[in-house]
Design a protein around this ligand. Structure first.
Ligand SMILES: NC(=O)c1ccc[n+]([C@@H]2O[C@H](COP(=O)([O-])OP(=O)(O)OC[C@H]3O[C@@H](n4cnc5c(N)ncnc54)[C@H](OP(=O)(O)O)[C@@H]3O)[C@@H](O)[C@H]2O)c1
Length: 400
């Protein structure tokens, strides 16, 4: 079986390090120099906003051409010894990711809020797979990212098993277009909680298990929409009135917060831990994410199948980030180079640069600190967990 893109393919993670990465480095220096000025920023500047939308439209129009070198489904390297947790695997991209990982031999844990739907899927997959190999090694655990309590319970239950974890895929996400602003019962804006705070808490609480499974990876299914995102760390819930809330503001901001948080997490994890952190753009994919779109837009979605990826196509960049043997090497290079952001893999499985705003290290650190505060973890949580100490999550106290 052919493996994922080889060193000669354009999807080789090391490739852009030669030319593009140098260019990006210059940008970083400039960004660091202007960080002080950006502190006062209350929104993206016009040019950044326009450039962001340019990336979104470009991805929409050209993703199929850019990804034309990729096979579908993407062949995976041998992964029989991997244990992977995939959140939000009952639908869309996550469902494809879970199925393909399991069919390639991995032990897959579907971390989902609708456990009944997940069990039904497993039954279906097992019967379709029967006769093609060993039964799929796949199980279900309950996780509702709208409840930090559920995240803590999930992690406690998983950590009790003392098993190694090799890949955590934070895939679950929401984009409640056109809906009024909603706060979770924990008191956080729902996009921010499901797309960023919940996955951040999960990633940190599962570090002991990822350490046991090292070399291991945390792969966050992010979005090209983070290019138009902005995070105000004084107003993560977008309730102060300084910015008008729309679901787009909520979604894009949560995705940018995830990139920024992941970058600091990646930096704080010592190289010896062998845990890498990546963000991924799946492309523009036809899934249930569009369920809340206005009917007219949903109809347009169906009329433009050429441009839009199927969930299987949309799963490739995540599967690449989760399994390609060259990915750790690429991440190590970024770490050694003191690159300000974590690795970001585009929908065509090429390493790319996240948004300009994501390179703002000062804001990234503020996002890191604010996130830890909101999810109730101490500032030295990573260091203590890596040392094997117990860390208590105190978010409930924050609510009182
Ligand atoms: N589709 C795109 O064009 C696109 C583009 C860029 C990025 N993405 C990202 O890709 C990821 C997957 O989205 P998708 O397009 O596959 O959408 P989807 O079909 O709606 O799948 C989202 C998954 O997340 C789960 N989920 C939602 N809220 C949850 C919660 N509170 N707790 C636990 N799980 C929850 C859903 O579970 P239920 O089935 O129970 O609702 C579902 O399994 C998301 O992070 C999304 O932001 C998608």
């Amino acid at each position: 079986m052919e493996t994922t893109p080889s060193s000669s393919s354009p999807a080789n993670p090391a490739e852009p390090l030669n030319g593009d990465e140098k260019k990006k480095k210059t940008t970083t220096t400039t960004t660091t120099a202007t960080a002080k000025k950006k502190k006062e920023k209350e929104a993206l500047g016009w040019m950044e906003w326009l450039r962001g939308w340019f990336y979104v439209v470009y991805e929409f129009l050209f993703q199929r051409i850019m990804a034309s070198h990729l096979q579908n489904p993407m062949p995976l390297p041998p992964i029989n010894d991997l244990t992977c947790i995939v959140t939000g695997s009952t639908s869309g991209i996550g469902r494809e990711i879970a199925r393909q990982l399991a069919e390639s031999g991995a032990h897959v844990v579907m971390a989902v809020r609708n456990t009944k739907a997940a069990h039904e899927l497993i039954q279906k997959w097992q019967s379709e797979w029967s006769g093609l190999g060993l039964p799929l090694n796949i199980e279900v655990m309950e996780l509702d990212l709208l409840s930090l309590d559920s995240v803590v319970r999930f992690a406690e239950e998983w950590n009790l098993r003392s098993r190694p974890l090799h890949v955590l895929i934070n895939n679950a996400g929401i984009f409640s277009i056109g809906e009024p602003q909603k706060l979770s019962k924990d008191g956080y804006e729902e996009h921010m909680q499901v797309n960023h705070l919940g996955p951040a808490l999960l990633s940190i609480l599962l570090l002991p298990s990822l350490l046991r499974g090292s070399p291991s990876r945390i792969v966050n299914v992010n979005s090209v929409m983070h290019y138009v995102g902005f995070v105000d760390t004084e107003d993560m819930n977008v309730v102060s009135g300084r910015r008008k809330f729309t679901s787009l503001v909520g979604y894009a901001g949560s995705k940018l917060a995830q990139v920024m948080f992941s970058s600091v997490l990646f930096k704080r994890l010592p190289a010896e831990s062998g845990i890498n952190v990546l963000c991924v753009s799946p492309g523009i994919v036809q899934t249930n994410v569009a369920r809340d779109l206005p009917k007219a837009v949903q109809a347009a979605y169906h009329l433009i199948p050429y441009f839009i990826f199927s969930p299987q196509e949309g799963s490739r960049s995540t599967l690449f980030a989760a399994t390609d043997p060259q990915v750790p090497e690429y991440c190590e290079l970024l770490k050694a180079d003191d690159w300000p952001a974590c690795a970001f893999i585009s929908q065509d499985c090429r390493p790319t640069s996240p948004s300009e705003e994501a390179h703002n290290m000062e804001t990234s650190h503020e996002v890191w600190e604010k996130t830890l505060e909101l999810i109730g973890l101490p500032p030295d949580a990573i260091e203590r967990l890596i040392e094997g100490e117990d860390v208590k999550c105190t978010y409930r106290a924050n609510q009182e």
